[in-house]
Design a protein around this ligand. Structure first.
Ligand code: SF4
Ligand code: SF4
Length: 309
């Protein structure tokens, strides 16, 4: 006998666990694809950014799940993490902003399985433009910094989406919305050191954003001043300056501590294949293993700022 679950009950269960969600028709995958394609046709994306960040979505994912009906998009609160490195007898920290940890994805996947499986439904993680999906489904709104804001979480959250054969109950869909508060606010624009946020267009100049450059391998462009870097990867300046995050408790979580030897290996750019098991496990706990090729370079810049290199 199948147990009872529906979209409304599942949303309530997600709320009980501290998440927020929307469960909408999977037909909107086509709208997402068209929105990205349309912005690309209008020349709104830097080509390198488009190829590296936007061309890899799986808009065919519904074909892989027979009877797929809905998209479940979930926002989970996520704090920044402080990682400690040791060098020459001193400890130094590096911050990893929210969104880099997949831990909440795993927890939500487990919760969905627990709720859906006994009733004969399934949910599969979907590689789709999650920010756009969250905004168009009404789960989030865009800030002028093109970061998503969710009620009660501000920008300190991580989004994740799943394709499912669970029927949807309501199907909200709207044009991408910018927060009303942004109309008369320039705090993020002033805080951004690179000029990525501009008054003349809504879309971020992603090719100017620190996050785009310090997440990718290779040399960081010379126009980026070393003093602008503020995180191990990514950047928090525009989020920290935002008044909408003021009431969101920013309790930075303490992450692993890397010994002098581990710090030296990271600074040398030691690949995963030559890193000690312990170091790999710490990187995996941070979901940073994919960023290992850039961490040494980024950490060097942060240490140069502090005058320890
Ligand atoms: S800092 Fe101001 S303009 Fe920027 S996202 Fe926040 S409210 Fe909007
Ligand atoms: S993440 Fe940093 S570089 Fe990118 S827009 Fe925000 S403040 Fe500017």
């Amino acid at each position: 006998m199948q147990l009872q679950i529906n979209a409304v009950k599942l949303s309530e269960e997600l709320v009980n666990q501290g998440y927020q969600s929307k469960i909408i028709s999977s037909q909107h995958i086509h709208d997402l694809r068209e929105e990205i394609a349309s912005q690309h046709r209008q020349g709104l994306f830097d080509e390198e950014f488009y190829t590296e960040e936007l061309a890899g979505f799986d808009f065919e994912i519904a074909d892989g799940l027979v009877g797929s009906k809905s998209l479940i998009i979930v926002a989970a609160p996520q704090p920044p993490v402080r990682v400690t490195f040791n060098r020459q007898g001193e400890s130094y920290s590096g911050i990893i902003p929210p969104t880099y940890s997949y831990e909440t994805d795993r927890q939500i996947q487990d919760l969905l399985e627990l709720q859906l499986k006994p009733a004969g439904f399934q949910a599969k993680k979907a590689n789709l433009p999650w920010k756009l999906l969250a905004v168009q489904s009404g789960l989030a709104q865009y800030g002028k910094n093109n970061i998503t804001y969710v009620n009660g979480m501000g920008s300190y959250h991580r989004l994740v989406a799943f394709i499912s054969d669970l029927p949807w109950a309501q199907d909200p869909w709207q044009a991408p919305q910018m927060l009303e508060r942004c109309e008369n606010c320039k705090a993020c624009m002033k805080a951004c050191p690179t000029g990525a946020i501009t008054a003349d267009r809504f879309l971020l100049k992603a090719e100017r954003c620190l996050t785009f450059h310090n997440e990718r391998q290779g040399e960081i462009p010379h126009w980026i001043k070393p003093s602008w870097h503020n995180c191990l990867v990514g950047c928090l300046y525009c989020q920290k300056a935002c008044p909408l995050n003021k009431d969101i408790p920013l309790s930075i979580e303490d992450g692993p501590v890397f010994s002098e030897n581990e710090t030296a290996l990271i600074l040398q750019g030691t690949p995963k294949s030559e890193s000690p098991r312990n170091t790999i496990e710490k990187m995996e706990s941070l979901d940073m293993i994919g960023y290992l090729p850039v961490l040494g370079r980024n950490l060097k810049v942060l240490h140069e700022q502090l005058g320890v290199l």
